[in-house]
Structure formats: structure tokens, C-alpha cells
Design a protein around this ligand. Structure first.
Ligand SMILES: [Cu+2]
Length: 196
């Protein structure tokens, strides 16, 4: 590998090659972490199930994830057909499940939304819908309570992927530059040919 006549250049090529490999490994690792399944809590199930039509109203709404939830400022709201929140308790975190009590209101479709903090510290939000039939409807009005911190705006999942995007670009460019530099230096002084 190393050439006795120009050890400095051989060292540089070797260093660049190792640096390029290290950067490529780092990029691979970051791409792995950017995948929602590897780091973020992923919703495994809900009760009621997403899209369910119920003839009997539930007394609670819960979301279960693939790993434990950080009990840090969780939010769980159940918006009824009239837009009111029919959750009747603050969210309760128990292991990998977050739940809130529910009191049935009018017939129609309800949208249950959550915001939790993943085991990896990242916030995760999402929602499901379910429908109460006439027989499941109740007398609750869903009038505003003390809980006012509903997640608002579009529900986003996997938000950190976009945040990582900028860094991935920078690292990819650095990696490409290192690879190019390695090739250029290696080609400039072909092995076995003495320098002029
Ligand atoms: Cu995360």
C-alpha cells in the first residue's frame, strides 16, 4: 500500500479512504435512525379501532404504541361531530399506552387525536376516527373543560425526517467530496510509476 518514495501521499490517500468509509457508515446509521420504525414510537393499535362503527359507546379511548411512552405532557382529545372535545379526563400514560375517559355525545364521527413523547424523546402525533351509531350516542355535550392544549394544525408523523434532511445532504456532499479526492489523488500518482 504505502510507497517508500512518497509516504506522505500514500498516507493521505489512506486517510481519505478511511474518512470516506467512516462518513458513509455514519450516513447509513443516520438513514436508519430517520426511519420511523427504528426510533419513534409507532402506533400499534387503538381502542376503538380506527374506522370502527360502534353500537355501544366506549368509556375510554386509548392508543397503544410499540414501546413505552415518556410521560411528558401527553395530549389526547376526542373531537365529536360538533367539534367539541368529548374526552373527560386528562391523558393517562401507562407503559406503552395513553388513554383518556370518554363520554358519548351525538351520533356521528369522532376524531381522536394524540400527542405523546417517544421513548427517543421525539414528539409523535396522530389520530384515528370512529363513528357512534344512534344506539351508541349519549347525552354528553363535550363542552370545553380545563384541558385546552389540543394538538392543532395538520397532524404530522415522522417529523424528524425532514429535520435530518439538511444534515444528510451535507454529509452526503462531504462523503462525495472525500471519495472524489481519494480517486483524484490515487489517479494522479499511479502506483508503481516513479514521480517525475
Ligand atoms: Cu424520534
Amino acid at each position: 500500500m504505502s510507497r517508500p518514495d512518497r509516504p506522505d501521499r500514500a498516507d493521505l490517500v489512506g486517510w481519505l479512504r478511511r474518512a470516506a468509509i467512516a462518513v458513509l457508515i455514519a450516513v447509513g446509521a443516520m438513514l436508519g435512525f430517520a426511519g420511523p420504525a427504528s426510533a419513534h414510537n409507532v402506533l400499534v393499535s387503538s381502542d376503538p379501532a380506527n374506522g370502527a362503527t360502534l353500537d355501544k359507546a366506549p368509556t375510554a379511548v386509548s392508543f397503544t404504541f410499540d414501546q413505552p411512552i415518556e410521560n411528558f405532557d401527553p395530549a389526547l382529545k376526542v373531537f365529536g361531530p360538533n367539534g367539541h372535545d368529548f374526552a373527560t379526563s386528562a391523558p393517562i400514560v401507562d407503559g406503552s399506552t395513553v388513554s383518556a375517559s370518554f363520554a358519548a355525545g351525538p351520533t356521528g364521527t369522532y376524531r381522536a387525536v394524540y400527542r405523546i413523547v417517544s421513548a427517543d424523546g421525539h414528539p409523535v402525533t396522530g389520530q384515528i376516527t370512529f363513528t357512534l351509531s344512534d344506539s351508541a350516542a349519549g347525552s354528553a355535550t363535550g363542552m370545553p373543560t380545563a384541558q385546552t392544549n389540543a394538538p392543532t394544525g395538520p397532524v404530522a408523523t415522522g417529523g424528524t425526517a425532514s429535520g435530518l434532511g439538511g444534515w444528510l445532504w451535507i454529509i452526503a456532499i462531504v462523503a462525495a467530496a472525500l471519495v472524489a479526492a481519494t480517486i483524484v489523488i490515487a489517479l494522479r500518482k499511479p502506483r508503481g510509476q516513479p514521480p517525475h
